[in-house]
Design a protein around this ligand. Structure first.
Ligand SMILES: Cc1ncc(COP(=O)(O)O)c(C=O)c1O
Length: 407
C-alpha cells in the first residue's frame, strides 16, 4: 500500500489552497521563488567555489530564471527555445553555457547569434561541427561515467569513453579548436556524492595529462547536475552530500574554474500542484477519485522522471478506504496513486502534490486537448524592462578564442 507519500491534513489546512484556487482556478501550479532562492543559497554554501548554471530544462519558467539570476546563477541551455527564454528574461549571454552534446548546425548558430560561446561535445562529429566557428567557441569535452544508482543515468546516452579522450583531444587540436575543459553528469537524483568525487578525480587526471595540448591548458571543469532532493519528506543534507565533492575539488590545479549545472535540486522543492476532485466512482471495491491534473500534465514526471510526489489530502474523517487517485484523461495509464488508503473525499475537495518543480510542467502535454496547467509565481522578483546583468561577477566563462567568423 502506497501510504508513505500521502499526508492527511485537517480540512481547515486546505484553506490557503482554496483561496489560491478561488483566485486562479484549478488545476494550478504554484512556484515559490523564495524556496528557489533558499535552495540556491544551500547549494552555494555546500559548494562555495563552484559557479552555478541553472539547468532550465528542469523548470523553464521566467520567474525561476530571474530569481536565480539575482542569486548570481547563470543558465545551462540545451535548445533554441531555451535561448529565447533566457533572452526574454534578460540574461547576459556570457552567463550561459550550451550543454547539449548533440546539436544541429542551426542550433549552434542560434546560440552564437545570442552570444553563448561555451559548448559541450562528446564525439568526433560534434567536434567537426564547430570547425566553421573555431575562433568564437570554447569546447568542453563530456566524459561518460555510468551510474546505475542514479534515478536517471544520463551517461547511458551521452559522454565519450575515457579511452576516447586522447583521440578526441588530438582531433580538436588538429582542427585548431580549443577544448577548454571537461564535463560530466553522473546522473540525475544521484544518491551518493562519491560519484561526483570519483568523476572529479578522473577529470583531474585528464586535465593534468592533457595540459600540453592545444593553445592553452584546460581551465574549466563542469561537474554537471545530479544533486538530489528528498521526495519522501525525510531530511537530507546537501552539505553532507557535497563533503566528498569539496574534498575532490580541493585537489584540482588552482587555475581550474569549476562550474555545475544543477536543475532538480534548485527547482523541485519550489513548486506544488493544487488539484481538485472532479469525479468519483467505486470500482472493484475501491474509491476512485478523478483529479483535474494527471500524468499527461504536470504529473508526467511520474512517467518520464520516475518520481512519486508527496501528496496531501484534507479531511476531518477518521475512516480510511482503499482508494485510487486518477488523472483527467481517457487513458488508463493516467493514474497518480493506485493503492492508497484515504478518507472519503467529496467533489470539489483539493489534493495537493508537493515537490513538483523539476521535470513536471516541463514535460506536460496537451493530450485530450486539455490545456497545460498554468504556473503562478509567488515571491517573484519584478520583471525587468531591459536586459540586466547578473549582479555577481562570478558566473562568466571566458574563451581564449577571438570573435572572427560570422554565423
Ligand atoms: C546536460 C544536463 N545538465 C544538467 C542537467 C540537470 O540535472 P539535474 O536536474 O539532475 O541537476 C541535466 C538533466 O537532464 C542535463 O541533461
Amino acid at each position: 500500500m502506497d501510504t508513505q507519500r500521502i499526508a492527511i491534513s485537517t480540512a481547515a489546512a486546505s484553506d490557503p489552497y482554496l483561496d489560491l484556487v478561488r483566485r486562479h482556478g484549478s488545476p494550478l501550479l504554484v512556484l515559490d521563488c523564495r524556496v528557489l532562492a533558499e535552495q540556491c543559497r544551500e547549494l552555494q554554501t555546500a559548494l562555495p567555489e563552484v559557479d552555478l548554471y541553472y539547468a532550465i530544462k528542469s523548470l523553464p519558467h521566467a520567474a525561476a530564471i530571474r530569481t536565480l539570476q539575482q542569486a548570481g546563477v547563470g543558465c545551462d541551455l540545451a535548445s533554441s527555445g531555451e535561448i529565447e527564454l533566457v533572452k526574454r528574461a534578460g540574461i547576459a549571454p556570457r552567463h550561459t553555457i550550451h550543454t547539449h552534446p548533440i546539436k544541429r548546425d542551426t542550433e549552434i548558430r542560434a546560440a552564437l547569434r545570442f552570444g553563448c560561446t561555451t559548448f559541450v561535445v562528446d564525439n568526433a562529429d560534434e567536434i567537426l561541427k564547430f570547425v566553421p566557428y573555431k575562433h568564437r567557441v570554447g569546447l568542453l569535452l563530456r566524459v561518460a561515467f555510468r551510474n546505475d544508482d542514479a534515478v536517471v543515468d544520463l551517461s547511458k546516452k551521452f559522454g565519450c569513453d575515457l579511452n576516447e579522450v586522447s583521440y578526441l583531444m588530438g582531433l580538436a587540436e588538429k582542427m585548431d579548436l580549443h577544448i577548454k575543459g571537461f564535463s560530466f553528469h553522473v546522473g540525475s537524483q544521484c544518491t551518493d556524492g562519491h560519484r561526483h568525487a570519483a568523476a572529479i578525480e578522473v577529470c583531474n587526471g585528464l586535465i593534468r595529462a592533457n595540459a600540453h595540448r592545444g593553445t592553452a591548458p584546460q581551465s574549466v571543469l563542469d561537474i554537471g547536475g545530479g544533486f538530489p532532493v528528498s521526495y519522501t519528506r525525510s531530511e537530507t543534507s546537501i552539505h553532507a552530500f557535497c563533503d566528498p565533492i569539496r574534498t575532490a575539488l580541493a585537489q584540482l590545479p588552482p587555475h581550474v574554474q569549476v562550474i555545475a549545472e544543477p536543475g532538480r535540486f534548485l527547482s523541485a522543492p519550489a513548486m506544488l500542484a493544487v488539484t481538485t476532485v472532479m469525479g468519483r466512482a467505486v470500482r472493484g471495491g475501491r474509491h476512485w477519485y478523478y483529479l483535474d491534473e494527471g500524468v499527461y500534465g504536470a504529473f508526467s514526471g511520474q512517467i518520464y522522471d520516475h518520481m512519486q510526489y508527496p501528496l496531501e489530502v484534507f479531511s476531518d474523517r477518521s475512516e480510511r478506504y482503499p482508494s485510487v487517485l486518477a488523472g483527467p484523461t481517457c487513458d488508463s495509464i493516467d493514474l497518480i496513486a493506485e493503492d492508497v488508503r484515504l478518507p472519503e473525499l467529496q467533489l470539489g475537495d483539493l489534493v495537493v502534490a508537493h515537490m513538483m518543480g523539476a521535470y513536471t510542467a516541463a514535460s506536460a502535454s496537451n493530450f485530450n486537448s486539455l490545456p497545460k496547467t498554468p504556473i503562478v509565481a509567488v515571491n517573484a522578483p519584478p520583471t525587468p524592462h531591459h536586459a540586466s546583468p547578473i549582479p555577481s561577477k562570478k558566473v562568466a566563462i571566458t574563451n581564449t578564442a577571438s570573435h572572427r567568423s560570422r554565423c
